[in-house]
Ligand binder design. Structure first.
Ligand code: XMP
Length: 513
């Protein structure tokens, strides 16, 4: 498909997909490729611009990742970020050294806003830095367009060759005017028109799926959450009745959720789908019995899911493909990129080694949550479904600290339903990205009526975030929290305390396990 695009060359940085996503926010299609992508292939793709990412290495070592020097002569604008900026300097004759002072975090940078890259950006602005090496001398022909007291080349450029570089990370939200800089790069420097929309993604994904699947049969793991719902509707558009959606009720869903999902995707709902509901509560509870370690729980739930899907696939017969609604933060946090494993998201790192499908299709793998919602809207999925708060595949299994039992599930379901009711009644649902009740494994002494109790503490969690990679605790009015607390201790048997989790992410995560 010939559409204007910018490509990101990945030198091992943490934020490579984030850069692509920020470019897509400018309505310019963007995808990430390895730094060693052959020059011929790059020419074939004919990108309007190229962005070099950051990376953990030092450019001055022989074995550190480098691209071909001829890339600078293609006439395609290049923006180097962090390691990428040092690479431009190093390869074109500048000097990169260990910095006498590393910079990490929000840093005041003085910019020359006669640069096209910084047009409309304040002269003094806060940027996100994270470097131990720095450019000491810029290459001949470059002019310095940004500095800090300890970083002489925080930005440099050679407009004649359309080469631009920033030591800081414009893609990170902490860089206050970073999005403006990226927009300047794609529009003013690369000359993009910005006419890409999520519908192009959807069309392209549908084409690719049709080509891959041919006349084969596909099974979609549908949880009723945003991601798998979008994946299911996308697949249904692509391959129609070759698709069967299997919804597994693992007994770890929110109150009444099983029936709600069935009402939307089942035979009485608006979609003409092959829909199978499997009630597997007992099976999951028995596998989880006695298991307390979070990763073990995730792996068990992930494996059991797959086993159920395999069984259902056998019943259908000759199913080659399994579709999952994996999205980009799942991939990153499961450690399948280069970063450490935080949690094995059940539809990614939680997969068993051996899976009885020819291939797993994950059409949303490169999208962030808000992009998935936009894709859902493009597909005509109703707003209330598209804007549902996320619910993790392992469900309440990871909202119950320690061993999962049917009794504990009931406590969380009831507490969570009350919490959701009160948040909605207070008109707060739209302003909080994710909120839920969890069960701490802590029991403590209380007094109710005239008697002693020894019951559980329920934790309330609420966060605001755009990308779910970082999050802040939501500022819920005390009166609302107090009402929720009152109702939970009065209405839910087995609970005598309610706590509110104030942690942000990092250092916490959104879910408890
Ligand atoms: P954490 O807890 O890692 O969560 O800060 C980030 C976002 O991901 C969701 N989450 C999951 N989603 N499978 C999923 O589909 C999982 O295993 C999983 N674990 C966490 C979580 O609800 C939050 O929105």
């Amino acid at each position: 498909m010939s559409q204007e695009k910018v490509i990101v060359l990945d030198f091992g940085g943490q934020y490579n997909q984030l850069i692509a996503r920020r470019v897509r926010e400018c309505n310019v299609y963007c995808e990430v490729h390895p730094y060693h992508m052959p020059l011929e292939k790059i020419k074939e793709m004919n990108p309007k611009g190229i962005i070099f990412t950051g990376g953990p290495n030092s450019v001055f070592f022989d074995d550190s990742p480098k691209c071909s020097k001829e890339i600078f002569d293609l006439g395609i604008p290049i923006l180097g970020i962090c390691y990428g900026s040092q690479l431009i300097a190093h390869m074109l004759g500048g000097e990169v050294k260990d910095a006498p002072t590393s910079e990490y975090g929000k840093t005041d940078v003085e910019l020359d806003n006669t640069s096209l890259l910084f047009e409309g950006v304040s002269r003094h602005t806060v940027c996100w830095m994270s470097h131990t090496n720095y450019i000491e001398t810029s290459p001949a022909g470059f002019r310095i367009t940004g500095h800090t007291p300890v970083c002489p080349v925080a930005a440099m450029e050679c407009p004649e060759r359309s080469l631009y570089a920033t030591q800081f990370h414009p893609e990170v939200l902490h860089t206050a005017e970073g999005q403006k800089m990226l927009a300047n790069f794609v529009f003013k420097i690369c000359g993009c028109a910005g006419d890409w929309k999520m519908d192009s993604f959807v069309e392209r994904a549908i084409d690719e799926i049709r080509q891959k699947v041919g006349s084969g049969k596909v099974l979609c793991a549908l949880s009723g959450g945003v991601d798998s719902s979008v994946a299911a509707v996308l697949l249904a558009k692509a391959v129609g009745k070759q698709l069967t959606c299997v919804f597994v009720d693992h007994g770890l869903l929110r109150k009444n959720e099983g029936d709600e999902v069935e009402a939307v995707f089942g035979p009485d709902g608006p979609y003409d789908l092959n829909f199978v509901r499997v009630n597997a509560q007992e099976r999951f509870y028995s596998k989880l019995s006695g298991v307390v370690e979070p990763e073990a729980k995730r792996k068990i739930i992930g494996e059991e899911f797959i086993r159920v899907f395999e069984e259902e696939a056998k019943k259908i017969g000759a199913v080659d493909y399994l579709v999952q609604g994996t999205i980009y933060p799942d991939v990153i946090e499961s450690g399948l990129g280069k970063s450490a494993t935080i949690k094995s998201h059940h539809n990614v790192g939680g997969l068993p080694d051996c899976v009885d499908f020819k291939e797993i299709i994950e059409p949303l793998r490169l999208l962030f949550k808000d992009e998935v919602r936009r894709a859902g809207t493009e597909l005509g999925i109703p707003e209330h479904l598209v804007n549902r708060q996320p619910f993790p595949g392992p469900g309440l299994g990871i909202r119950i600290i320690g061993e999962v039992t049917a009794e504990k599930v009931k406590i969380v379901q009831e507490s969570d339903a009350i919490y959701r009711e009160e948040i909605a009644a207070a008109g707060l649902a739209g302003s909080i990205s994710q909120y839920f009740a969890a069960l701490t494994n802590m029991r403590s002494v209380g007094v109710m009526g005239d008697g002693r109790t020894y019951d559980y503490a329920v934790a309330l969690r609420a966060v605001t975030t755009t990308d779910f990679m970082t999050a802040e605790c939501a500022d819920i009015p005390y009166a609302v929290l107090q009402k929720v607390m009152n109702r939970i201790v009065n209405e839910v048997k087995g609970v005598n305390r309610v706590v509110y989790d104030l942690s942000s992410k990092p250092p916490g995560t959104i879910e408890f396990e």
